[in-house]
Design a protein around this ligand. Sequence first.
Ligand SMILES: Nc1nc2c(c(=O)[nH]1)N[C@H]1C(S)=C(S)[C@@H](COP(=O)(O)OP(=O)(O)OC[C@H]3O[C@@H](n4cnc5c(=O)[nH]c(N)nc54)[C@H](O)[C@@H]3O)O[C@H]1N2
Ligand SMILES: Nc1nc2c(c(=O)[nH]1)N[C@H]1C(S)=C(S)[C@@H](COP(=O)(O)OP(=O)(O)OC[C@H]3O[C@@H](n4cnc5c(=O)[nH]c(N)nc54)[C@H](O)[C@@H]3O)O[C@H]1N2
Ligand code: SF4
Ligand SMILES: [Mo]
Length: 878
Amino acid sequence: METVRTTCPYCGVGCGVLARPDGGPVAGDAAHPASGGRLCSKGSALAETTGLADRLLHPEVNGRRASWDAALDTVAEGFRRALASHGPEGTALYVSGQLLTEDYYAANKLAKAALGTANIDSNSRLCMASAVAAHTRAFGEDLVPGIYEDLELADLVVLVGSNLAWCHPVLYQRLAAARAARPEMKLIVLDPRRTASCEGATLHLPLRPGSDVALFAALLVHLHDNGFADAAFLASRTEGLEPTLQAARAVAAEAPALTGLAPSLIQAFCSLFARHPKVVTLWSQGVNQSSAGTDKANALINCHLLTGRIGAPGMGPFSITGQPNAMGGREVGALSTMLAAHLRQDRPEDVALLRDYWRAPALPEKPGLKAVDLFGALAAGRIGALWVMGTNPAVSLPRGDAVRAALRKAPFLVVSENSWRAETLDMAHVRLPALSWGEKDGTVTNSERVISRQRRFLPPPGEARQDWWILAEVAKRLGHGGFAWNGPADIFREHATLSGLGNKGTRRFDISALAALDDAGYDAMPPTRWPCPADGPAPARLLGTEDQQAHRLRFVATPFRAPAESVTGEFPLRLMTGRLRDQWHTMTRTGAVPRLMAQAPEPLLTLNPGDAPAPEGSLVQVESPHGKAVLRLKLDPGMQPGCGFVPMHWTARFAPAARVNASMGGTPDPVSGQPELKHVPFRARPFAAGWHGFLIAQQNYGTDLAPWCAVSPVEGGWRHELAGRETPAEAFARLRALLPEGEWMLLEDTAAGLHRAVLLDGDRLAAAIAVAPEPALPPRDWLASLLTGGVPESRRAALLAGRPVGGPPPSPTICVCHGVREDAICGAIRAGACSVAAIGEATRAGTNCGACRPEIAALLARVQAEAPAAESPVPEPA
Ligand SMILES: Nc1nc2c(c(=O)[nH]1)N[C@H]1C(S)=C(S)[C@@H](COP(=O)(O)OP(=O)(O)OC[C@H]3O[C@@H](n4cnc5c(=O)[nH]c(N)nc54)[C@H](O)[C@@H]3O)O[C@H]1N2
Ligand SMILES: Nc1nc2c(c(=O)[nH]1)N[C@H]1C(S)=C(S)[C@@H](COP(=O)(O)OP(=O)(O)OC[C@H]3O[C@@H](n4cnc5c(=O)[nH]c(N)nc54)[C@H](O)[C@@H]3O)O[C@H]1N2
Ligand code: SF4
Ligand SMILES: [Mo]
């Protein structure tokens, strides 16, 4: 079977994928420089996400199917009306780091050239805006100086607010392999909670949420006062050290109190950093998603500038991007504070250049609204028409309930989407079916500035069209002549040409060498790193002493600011939110894949045991000053006391009571406008329920079965976790009545409120119900596995107990790729496997994507601690 070389549509690592036009399993592309053939659990499961269930396949206007012509006319008319009633600043686009560069370019041009509004913002405002602002303040331009190889060449890697093992697994595996080859290489993790990325780390600093600036102030002062400043680099390449050092001094002494870290731990961190010139400081959302996010990023960049550790092999500050094309969106300038091709809104000559190039007399001269303000303006009636594309703001923005209310009363809302699983689609006046990964063509740029092709290998389903085409059709209807493209290659050439226009080294984003590609050259384009100017090669690493064109680098003073909302007696804890290993954002892609749901079928609140309001496994209500959510409680001694963690992923499609963003305050950073999505104050209380239960069935019965419901796909059917206020008997009768008649097997103890029922369909399970007054219920894993068959006559009696007679209790799947369960891994350890590699040899666990290796390492430590040296296995060489 011919395979097609393409790129993974998930995270910013940007791994190469070999995809099959018959929809068969994908493989890693060994020729891709980012990944060398590796894929993580999400990437490996890509073929399971290309089905058409839940796909939006036809345009709709006001809930009725419409022709493309009618839908596009309606969109153009809606925007024309809004222009007339509200002016250009009353129109807006809200787009996404998951659009391809060509689509993104078209969206930006439609907003700024055809509508004449700077109100185009992106979910990148929730993601990368603080990194962008910090880069711009320090480097004069938004650029990442280093490349992935630097993580392998470094002697010390510091992860700041990054759970790399789960969120950028292939890069983490590259780092882990480098450490295995050079065991002297160090890893330090700065994260309030102990994450999978801490497994095997040299140091973990569980700092208080929001306190990073204090820690880096202490580091800056330590480096300066102990002779680690690079005087030559400071003199020739930087400015602004003195005020920065002064501001740092004002905070450094308070660092232990502000971070909650022992002075000895801070000292250990500072001296490791000082002693390793080859250091990469990689940061992510624990830094960016903060009301002091830009300062946090500049505080760590300051330490690299002081020591001249930037732009050379194995060293530098490194902002890892979240989405597959977060970087491409910044290149095309599709944020309300940028123009295009790194042209700056605050430079009149740049505005003039773009106005000429686009023949856009209406090009806005002032920045537009940033995401949070944009939705505020929508709520206040100041936006007459909004177009949402490739993002699900009804779920992902803070103050979720207010955002949903604003979307519902929007005068005119257009949503371009792939999937009905995106709730924002429910609120749209016009629904436009967009092509999805595998069906569309274009480019994306990963975290190390490598532009890769995403190529089509599947036929377009239904009437879906690629976003650039949809945008161009609307622009034409609005009378703009600059959208006559025949395909993404045309757009790419226009974009590449612009990047070189009037540039002469003033903007490092220059890909003018690629403007000469013909269609065949564009199709065949190998992964290519920018800058690639027409007038000759550029270095791979930027801003170092080798880089002749580097701008002067600026220190930025970063006085300490605590998170915007303080904890109080009423809301004494701090809630952090973030990601799980196998889910992607609002679950529109990964939520329907059984093996990706296996790691966490329900939304969890993780607390330190000392903060638990109820026993583990109970349902608890999280309440913040802004909203509430009900979640299953998990206890973890690795969680910092006083803090909690909830994954961002669950939506009303999967668990309506567990949408965490209703509770997020999201105060924006004053410089970048990025909302604080990591630090809201909260309290947790037991959730009073009259009954708890589950329903496992061949179909999805939806989320209305009970006041608390979490649905998840399993092979051959669906699992529904439930709780409500009725009596167990009432709830059981109601659930039973939903299901078909048949030969039900029942087990009931009405006095105790215990009810169980099982229905078979040949040797397959058709349905299983369990209801009880308490959350302790029979295990579901084994029952769910019977939906695909295999219940012999002799084992039927066991069904009501939920576990095979005499068999081992079902245990959770650890390795999703090979389906290896915890009990098999523990068995291998007890049989003598004493390294992650040996466990892999015995069970295959962790041998594909490797994302579960930190979990395997944790199990290894746990089991070895349980049975100290009983069998004293001979340790293997590392
Ligand atoms: N599996 C998976 N991978 C993904 C994604 C996904 O949805 N699923 N999404 C992609 C996207 S768009 C993004 S942006 C990235 C995000 O990647 P990451 O930023 O690595 O992920 P998060 O879980 O959001 O947050 C990272 C860590 O910040 C910590 N943190 C919270 N507050 C603070 C603080 O004040 N200081 C410090 N130092 N740390 C803090 C949290 O405990 C958390 O472990 O992941 C990308 N990769
Ligand atoms: N509490 C909390 N909230 C967060 C975060 C957090 O850490 N905590 N993280 C924030 C961050 S970093 C991010 S990046 C956001 C992510 O939040 P969102 O962007 O809202 O999340 P997604 O689920 O990725 O939404 C993308 C949508 O685009 C659709 N789509 C995919 N490809 C295409 C395409 O080619 N064209 C079109 N038109 N549609 C497409 C998908 O079906 C999906 O519905 O969430 C933010 N919100
Ligand atoms: S690490 Fe995983 S999610 Fe990220 S690009 Fe690679 S395969 Fe895709
Ligand atoms: Mo993100």
